[in-house]
Design a protein around this ligand. Structure first.
Ligand code: C5P
Length: 396
């Protein structure tokens, strides 16, 4: 497992909202990823969850009052941010966002945020009633915080504890973890639009049967996640896979190569980067049957027709995005990959080391461009995806 937060010191601030119950799970998720957590709570937060719970989970004392000395030093409420790698306020109430936006420091947590060194990132996970979130004052405060460089994680829309429905739910613990990890990745694709295909396609023979390619979708999904972490606005066109959509990524499900082509073409305008990771079936069945083909003692004769080459079509557009292809070869990878790169007329082609990568969490990649090739040694697919994304950003 890749632990991005390993050794990172994070100050987790809780303010008074019902979403505090999710913060315990978020804290655990960060600890599991290797982070050291110091919890600071507002007095209101202690009405929703006890300091003891968070102290037990973080294995560190929890700070609430600015009038007690912490760790023997009356100034340690400031010290704790001096060595921090990030401050995260989750949940962040409308009231606390207003204080942050106006530089008010009237309790320990708000003082600590105001006194934080400028290099320490501040992230907030707003959690509030939908009307509070939509209120002009909150809109102004959130816009101000974004302009000040504060990272705003969520909120999400949905059912709220107060019984209303709408924007203002705090993100789920795993989503907050994904956002936190992303905050530690270089934002090399900031403001870039990235379209990615992933997974296999499935071409029907009859309503029951079909032909497909071997692909779990893991590599494509890792690339989508890494592109989102790098600040990209990511759309993922996915064939049938058993994976959840990465947080922050707009996923579009398709089945056949033709549907994948249609979806890609409908989204391609204004994309900066197109990464074709999907294992698209090269042929579809021309004589599909509308009913299940019965066994008659002799094998049915299938006829095939070629599917559109989505990558080649995108690369031949008048103003194509930066195009990246993937190649899984069973032999002579280097020769075939360079030939494929020139034939499809794309600047970058990524070679999988072949069958060994299917369905696995690890892979080894070779990047082919006009100058030659670079090996990304065997690693977790997400680690490789992050490295690939940085390579791609280098060409833009
Ligand atoms: O030609 P080949 O299938 O080996 O090329 C692989 C690359 O082309 C991959 O990036 C794949 O996603 C893309 N491709 C495509 N449409 C096809 C076949 C492949 O976009 N019909």
């Amino acid at each position: 497992m890749v632990m991005v937060l390993s050794g990172k010191k994070i100050v987790l601030g809780l303010t008074g909202g019902i979403a505090c119950y999710k913060s315990a799970e978020f804290l655990r998720a960060m600890v599991r990823d290797g982070a050291q957590i110091n919890v600071v709570m507002t007095d209101s937060a202690t009405h929703f969850i006890t300091p003891l719970t968070l102290q037990t989970l973080s294995e560190n004392p929890v700070m609430v009052s600015q009038w007690e000395s912490h760790a023997g030093s009356p100034l340690s409420h400031i010290d704790v941010t001096r060595t921090a790698d990030a401050i995260i306020i989750a949940p962040c109430t409308a009231n606390f966002a207003a204080k942050l936006a106006h530089g008010i420091a009237d309790d320990l947590l708000s003082s600590l945020c105001l006194a934080r060194p400028s290099h320490v990132p501040l992230l907030i996970a707003p959690a509030m009633n939908v009307e509070m979130w939509m209120n002009q004052a909150t809109r102004r405060n959130i816009a101000q915080l974004k302009a000040d460089g504060v990272g705003v994680m969520g909120p999400a829309a949905g059912f709220q504890a107060c019984g209303e429905v709408g924007m203002g739910r705090m993100l789920e613990p795993q989503e907050l973890l994904a956002e936190t990890i992303a905050a530690f990745q270089p934002a090399v694709l900031k403001n870039k639009r990235v379209l990615i295909t992933a997974g296999p396609t499935f071409e029907p023979i009859d309503p029951i049967r079909g032909i497909t390619n071997r692909s779990s979708g893991k590599m494509g999904y890792a690339v989508a996640r890494a592109a989102w972490e790098a600040g990209g606005e990511v759309s993922l066109v996915s064939g049938p896979v058993a994976l959840p959509a990465p947080h922050g990524v707009a996923r579009h499900d398709v089945t056949t190569a033709w549907e994948m082509r249609e979806k890609v073409m409908s989204l391609i305008a204004d994309q900066d980067v197109f990464i074709a990771v999907a294992a698209v079936a090269d042929w579809r069945v021309a004589n599909t049957s509308t009913q299940k083909i019965k066994k008659t003692g002799s094998a049915p004769q299938l006829q095939f027709e070629e599917n559109p080459d989505i990558l080649a079509e995108v690369a031949s557009l008048k103003k194509p995005p930066f195009c990246v292809g993937f190649a899984a070869e069973s032999e002579k990878l280097i020769e075939h990959a360079q030939e494929k790169r020139s034939r499809k007329n794309i600047p970058l082609l990524v070679g999988n080391i072949g069958e060994e990568a299917f369905g696995k969490d690890e892979n080894e990649l070779i990047l082919f461009d006009a100058k030659g090739h670079t090996v990304l040694p065997r690693a977790d697919k997400l680690v490789l995806a992050r490295s690939l994304v940085r390579h791609i950003a280098g060409y833009l």
